[in-house]
Design a binder for this molecule. Sequence first.
Ligand code: KIV
Ligand code: NA
Length: 275
Amino acid sequence: MKSTTDFLKMKEAGEKIVMLTAYDYPQAKLAEAAGVDMILVGDSLGMVVLGYDSTVPVTTYDMIHHTKAVKRGAKDTFIVTDLPFMTYHISKEEALRSAGNIMQESGAHAVKVEGGGEVIETIRVLTNAGVPVVGHLGLTPQTAGVLGGYKVQAKTATAAAALIEDAKKCEEAGAFALVLECIPHQLGREVASQINIPVIGIGAGADTDGQVLVFHDVVTFGVDRVPKFVKKFADIDHEASRGIKEYIREVKTGTFPEKQHTFEMKQEELAFLYG
Ligand code: KIV
Ligand code: NA
Protein backbone atom coordinates (compact mmCIF):
# COMPACT_ATOMS: atom_id res chain seq x y z
CA MET A 1 0.00 0.00 0.00
CA LYS A 2 1.22 3.48 -0.85
CA SER A 3 1.80 5.97 1.97
CA THR A 4 1.75 9.77 2.22
CA THR A 5 5.51 9.80 1.56
CA ASP A 6 5.01 7.74 -1.59
CA PHE A 7 2.57 10.37 -2.90
CA LEU A 8 5.16 13.06 -2.22
CA LYS A 9 7.79 11.01 -4.08
CA MET A 10 5.40 10.56 -7.01
CA LYS A 11 5.05 14.34 -7.27
CA GLU A 12 8.81 14.78 -7.14
CA ALA A 13 9.26 12.13 -9.84
CA GLY A 14 6.56 13.67 -12.02
CA GLU A 15 4.46 10.50 -11.80
CA LYS A 16 0.74 11.31 -11.93
CA ILE A 17 -1.34 10.27 -8.94
CA VAL A 18 -4.70 8.69 -9.74
CA MET A 19 -7.45 8.96 -7.17
CA LEU A 20 -10.96 7.59 -7.65
CA THR A 21 -13.93 7.66 -5.33
CA ALA A 22 -15.57 4.43 -4.14
CA TYR A 23 -18.45 3.96 -1.74
CA ASP A 24 -18.95 0.22 -1.37
CA TYR A 25 -17.34 -3.22 -1.56
CA PRO A 26 -17.64 -3.96 -5.31
CA GLN A 27 -16.52 -0.45 -6.32
CA ALA A 28 -13.51 -0.67 -4.01
CA LYS A 29 -12.57 -4.09 -5.41
CA LEU A 30 -12.73 -2.73 -8.97
CA ALA A 31 -10.70 0.37 -8.07
CA GLU A 32 -7.99 -1.60 -6.29
CA ALA A 33 -7.76 -4.33 -8.93
CA ALA A 34 -7.44 -1.69 -11.66
CA GLY A 35 -4.57 -0.10 -9.74
CA VAL A 36 -5.70 3.34 -8.56
CA ASP A 37 -3.15 5.01 -6.25
CA MET A 38 -5.66 6.27 -3.70
CA ILE A 39 -9.38 5.82 -2.98
CA LEU A 40 -11.56 8.68 -1.78
CA VAL A 41 -14.73 7.83 0.10
CA GLY A 42 -16.22 11.19 -0.85
CA ASP A 43 -19.30 12.72 0.69
CA SER A 44 -20.42 12.86 -2.95
CA LEU A 45 -21.90 9.51 -1.88
CA GLY A 46 -24.85 11.59 -0.66
CA MET A 47 -25.60 12.48 -4.27
CA VAL A 48 -24.44 9.55 -6.39
CA VAL A 49 -25.35 6.69 -4.02
CA LEU A 50 -28.06 8.05 -1.71
CA GLY A 51 -29.83 10.40 -4.14
CA TYR A 52 -29.71 13.63 -2.12
CA ASP A 53 -29.36 16.84 -4.13
CA SER A 54 -26.28 18.01 -2.23
CA THR A 55 -23.60 16.65 0.13
CA VAL A 56 -25.06 18.54 3.12
CA PRO A 57 -27.30 15.72 4.50
CA VAL A 58 -24.40 13.22 4.71
CA THR A 59 -23.57 12.20 8.29
CA THR A 60 -20.49 10.84 10.05
CA TYR A 61 -22.38 7.56 10.40
CA ASP A 62 -22.89 7.44 6.59
CA MET A 63 -19.16 8.00 6.05
CA ILE A 64 -18.20 5.27 8.54
CA HIS A 65 -20.72 2.80 7.10
CA HIS A 66 -19.48 3.28 3.53
CA THR A 67 -15.77 3.48 4.41
CA LYS A 68 -16.01 0.12 6.21
CA ALA A 69 -17.42 -1.46 3.05
CA VAL A 70 -14.67 0.15 0.95
CA LYS A 71 -12.01 -1.14 3.37
CA ARG A 72 -13.30 -4.70 2.98
CA GLY A 73 -13.03 -4.38 -0.81
CA ALA A 74 -9.66 -2.58 -0.96
CA LYS A 75 -7.46 -3.90 1.83
CA ASP A 76 -4.27 -2.74 0.16
CA THR A 77 -5.12 0.80 -0.98
CA PHE A 78 -4.70 4.13 0.82
CA ILE A 79 -8.18 5.37 1.75
CA VAL A 80 -9.16 8.99 2.36
CA THR A 81 -12.61 9.74 3.84
CA ASP A 82 -14.38 13.10 3.73
CA LEU A 83 -15.35 14.76 7.00
CA PRO A 84 -19.01 15.64 6.39
CA PHE A 85 -20.72 19.03 6.49
CA MET A 86 -20.61 20.82 9.86
CA THR A 87 -18.56 18.14 11.64
CA TYR A 88 -15.32 20.14 11.74
CA HIS A 89 -16.42 23.79 12.03
CA ILE A 90 -18.04 24.23 15.45
CA SER A 91 -14.81 23.69 17.38
CA LYS A 92 -11.39 22.11 17.09
CA GLU A 93 -12.52 19.54 19.68
CA GLU A 94 -15.43 18.52 17.49
CA ALA A 95 -13.18 18.25 14.44
CA LEU A 96 -10.80 15.99 16.39
CA ARG A 97 -13.66 13.82 17.62
CA SER A 98 -15.18 13.61 14.14
CA ALA A 99 -11.87 12.61 12.50
CA GLY A 100 -11.04 10.28 15.40
CA ASN A 101 -14.37 8.47 15.12
CA ILE A 102 -14.07 8.09 11.37
CA MET A 103 -10.50 6.76 11.49
CA GLN A 104 -11.03 4.42 14.45
CA GLU A 105 -14.39 3.01 13.42
CA SER A 106 -13.91 2.79 9.65
CA GLY A 107 -10.17 2.29 9.22
CA ALA A 108 -9.72 5.28 6.89
CA HIS A 109 -6.05 6.25 6.56
CA ALA A 110 -6.70 9.98 6.21
CA VAL A 111 -9.50 12.54 6.12
CA LYS A 112 -10.31 15.38 3.74
CA VAL A 113 -11.69 18.78 4.78
CA GLU A 114 -13.01 21.57 2.56
CA GLY A 115 -12.05 25.22 2.62
CA GLY A 116 -9.48 27.82 3.64
CA GLY A 117 -9.67 30.33 6.48
CA GLU A 118 -10.38 28.78 9.85
CA VAL A 119 -10.36 25.27 8.36
CA ILE A 120 -6.62 25.66 7.81
CA GLU A 121 -6.12 25.90 11.58
CA THR A 122 -8.21 22.74 11.88
CA ILE A 123 -5.83 21.02 9.45
CA ARG A 124 -2.99 21.94 11.82
CA VAL A 125 -4.81 20.61 14.90
CA LEU A 126 -5.74 17.33 13.18
CA THR A 127 -2.24 16.81 11.80
CA ASN A 128 -0.68 17.48 15.22
CA ALA A 129 -3.02 14.85 16.68
CA GLY A 130 -1.82 12.26 14.15
CA VAL A 131 -4.54 12.52 11.52
CA PRO A 132 -3.21 12.71 7.95
CA VAL A 133 -5.24 15.43 6.21
CA VAL A 134 -6.04 16.29 2.59
CA GLY A 135 -7.15 19.89 1.97
CA HIS A 136 -9.77 20.86 -0.63
CA LEU A 137 -9.96 24.32 -2.24
CA GLY A 138 -11.69 25.91 -5.23
CA LEU A 139 -15.23 24.62 -5.62
CA THR A 140 -16.07 23.20 -2.21
CA PRO A 141 -19.42 21.39 -2.59
CA GLN A 142 -20.30 21.56 1.13
CA THR A 143 -20.43 25.35 0.82
CA ALA A 144 -22.04 25.43 -2.65
CA GLY A 145 -25.01 27.17 -1.05
CA VAL A 146 -22.78 30.10 -0.10
CA LEU A 147 -20.79 30.02 -3.37
CA GLY A 148 -24.03 30.34 -5.32
CA GLY A 149 -23.99 26.88 -6.87
CA TYR A 150 -21.53 24.56 -8.58
CA LYS A 151 -19.51 27.09 -10.58
CA VAL A 152 -15.92 27.53 -11.72
CA GLN A 153 -13.99 29.26 -8.92
CA ALA A 154 -11.10 31.74 -8.73
CA LYS A 155 -11.51 33.20 -12.21
CA THR A 156 -10.25 36.67 -11.26
CA ALA A 157 -6.67 37.64 -10.43
CA THR A 158 -7.66 38.57 -6.87
CA ALA A 159 -9.50 35.31 -6.22
CA ALA A 160 -6.67 33.31 -7.80
CA ALA A 161 -4.06 35.02 -5.62
CA ALA A 162 -6.16 34.28 -2.53
CA LEU A 163 -6.44 30.62 -3.52
CA ILE A 164 -2.66 30.36 -3.98
CA GLU A 165 -2.21 31.81 -0.47
CA ASP A 166 -4.69 29.33 1.00
CA ALA A 167 -2.93 26.45 -0.77
CA LYS A 168 0.40 27.50 0.74
CA LYS A 169 -1.21 27.76 4.18
CA CYS A 170 -2.73 24.27 3.81
CA GLU A 171 0.74 22.91 3.11
CA GLU A 172 2.24 24.87 6.00
CA ALA A 173 -0.51 23.60 8.34
CA GLY A 174 0.52 20.03 7.56
CA ALA A 175 -1.85 18.78 4.83
CA PHE A 176 -0.11 15.97 2.90
CA ALA A 177 -2.09 16.61 -0.29
CA LEU A 178 -4.52 19.15 -1.70
CA VAL A 179 -7.59 18.68 -3.89
CA LEU A 180 -8.37 21.59 -6.23
CA GLU A 181 -11.82 21.51 -7.76
CA CYS A 182 -13.23 23.38 -10.73
CA ILE A 183 -10.73 26.19 -11.28
CA PRO A 184 -8.98 27.50 -14.42
CA HIS A 185 -6.21 25.18 -15.63
CA GLN A 186 -3.62 27.97 -15.43
CA LEU A 187 -4.27 28.25 -11.71
CA GLY A 188 -4.12 24.46 -11.19
CA ARG A 189 -0.70 24.48 -12.78
CA GLU A 190 0.46 27.47 -10.74
CA VAL A 191 -0.59 25.98 -7.40
CA ALA A 192 1.04 22.65 -8.21
CA SER A 193 4.31 24.45 -8.98
CA GLN A 194 4.21 26.69 -5.90
CA ILE A 195 3.66 24.04 -3.22
CA ASN A 196 5.57 20.85 -2.47
CA ILE A 197 2.64 18.59 -1.51
CA PRO A 198 0.77 16.78 -4.31
CA VAL A 199 -2.10 18.71 -5.89
CA ILE A 200 -4.91 16.42 -7.03
CA GLY A 201 -7.15 18.16 -9.52
CA ILE A 202 -10.79 17.69 -10.51
CA GLY A 203 -11.64 20.17 -13.21
CA ALA A 204 -8.32 21.91 -12.54
CA GLY A 205 -6.56 21.09 -15.81
CA ALA A 206 -3.86 18.65 -16.87
CA ASP A 207 -0.92 20.16 -15.01
CA THR A 208 -1.75 19.20 -11.43
CA ASP A 209 0.14 16.29 -9.82
CA GLY A 210 -2.82 13.95 -10.17
CA GLN A 211 -6.52 13.68 -10.87
CA VAL A 212 -9.58 12.58 -8.92
CA LEU A 213 -13.00 11.73 -10.32
CA VAL A 214 -16.23 10.29 -8.97
CA PHE A 215 -16.60 6.56 -9.69
CA HIS A 216 -20.15 6.93 -11.03
CA ASP A 217 -19.05 9.70 -13.43
CA VAL A 218 -16.09 7.69 -14.78
CA VAL A 219 -18.19 4.62 -15.60
CA THR A 220 -21.57 6.37 -16.23
CA PHE A 221 -23.51 4.73 -13.43
CA GLY A 222 -26.81 6.35 -12.44
CA VAL A 223 -25.74 9.96 -12.87
CA ASP A 224 -28.28 12.30 -14.46
CA ARG A 225 -25.86 14.96 -15.66
CA VAL A 226 -22.10 15.30 -15.35
CA PRO A 227 -19.87 18.40 -15.12
CA LYS A 228 -17.72 19.52 -18.08
CA PHE A 229 -14.58 18.11 -16.43
CA VAL A 230 -15.89 14.53 -16.57
CA LYS A 231 -14.95 12.11 -19.35
CA LYS A 232 -17.09 9.03 -19.92
CA PHE A 233 -14.64 6.09 -19.79
CA ALA A 234 -17.30 3.37 -19.68
CA ASP A 235 -21.09 3.06 -19.75
CA ILE A 236 -22.43 0.86 -16.96
CA ASP A 237 -25.96 2.31 -17.32
CA HIS A 238 -26.19 1.16 -20.91
CA GLU A 239 -24.93 -2.34 -20.22
CA ALA A 240 -26.98 -2.80 -17.03
CA SER A 241 -30.15 -1.53 -18.66
CA ARG A 242 -29.64 -3.90 -21.59
CA GLY A 243 -29.20 -6.83 -19.20
CA ILE A 244 -32.24 -6.00 -17.06
CA LYS A 245 -34.49 -5.61 -20.12
CA GLU A 246 -33.24 -8.93 -21.44
CA TYR A 247 -33.97 -10.60 -18.07
CA ILE A 248 -37.53 -9.26 -18.14
CA ARG A 249 -38.04 -10.40 -21.72
CA GLU A 250 -36.72 -13.91 -21.08
CA VAL A 251 -38.86 -14.43 -17.97
CA LYS A 252 -41.98 -13.16 -19.76
CA THR A 253 -41.36 -15.39 -22.77
CA GLY A 254 -40.30 -18.43 -20.73
CA THR A 255 -36.79 -18.44 -22.16
CA PHE A 256 -35.25 -18.16 -18.68
CA PRO A 257 -34.53 -20.17 -16.60
CA GLU A 258 -33.10 -22.99 -18.71
CA LYS A 259 -32.19 -26.52 -17.64
CA GLN A 260 -28.69 -25.45 -16.60
CA HIS A 261 -30.16 -23.01 -14.07
CA THR A 262 -32.42 -25.53 -12.35
CA PHE A 263 -32.08 -28.28 -9.71
CA GLU A 264 -33.15 -31.85 -10.19
CA MET A 265 -34.67 -34.43 -7.86
CA LYS A 266 -33.64 -38.11 -8.39
CA GLN A 267 -36.13 -40.24 -10.33
CA GLU A 268 -36.75 -42.67 -7.40
CA GLU A 269 -37.71 -39.77 -5.11
CA LEU A 270 -40.35 -38.60 -7.53
CA ALA A 271 -42.78 -41.46 -6.93
CA PHE A 272 -44.61 -39.49 -4.23
CA LEU A 273 -45.45 -36.83 -6.73
CA TYR A 274 -46.85 -39.19 -9.38
CA GLY A 275 -48.28 -41.84 -6.98
O1 KIV B 1 -16.84 13.91 -2.44
C1 KIV B 1 -16.09 13.83 -3.44
O2 KIV B 1 -16.25 12.96 -4.31
C2 KIV B 1 -15.00 14.79 -3.57
C3 KIV B 1 -14.23 14.81 -4.84
C4 KIV B 1 -15.06 15.40 -5.93
C5 KIV B 1 -12.94 15.50 -4.70
O3 KIV B 1 -14.77 15.54 -2.63
NA1 NA C 1 -16.37 15.62 -1.03
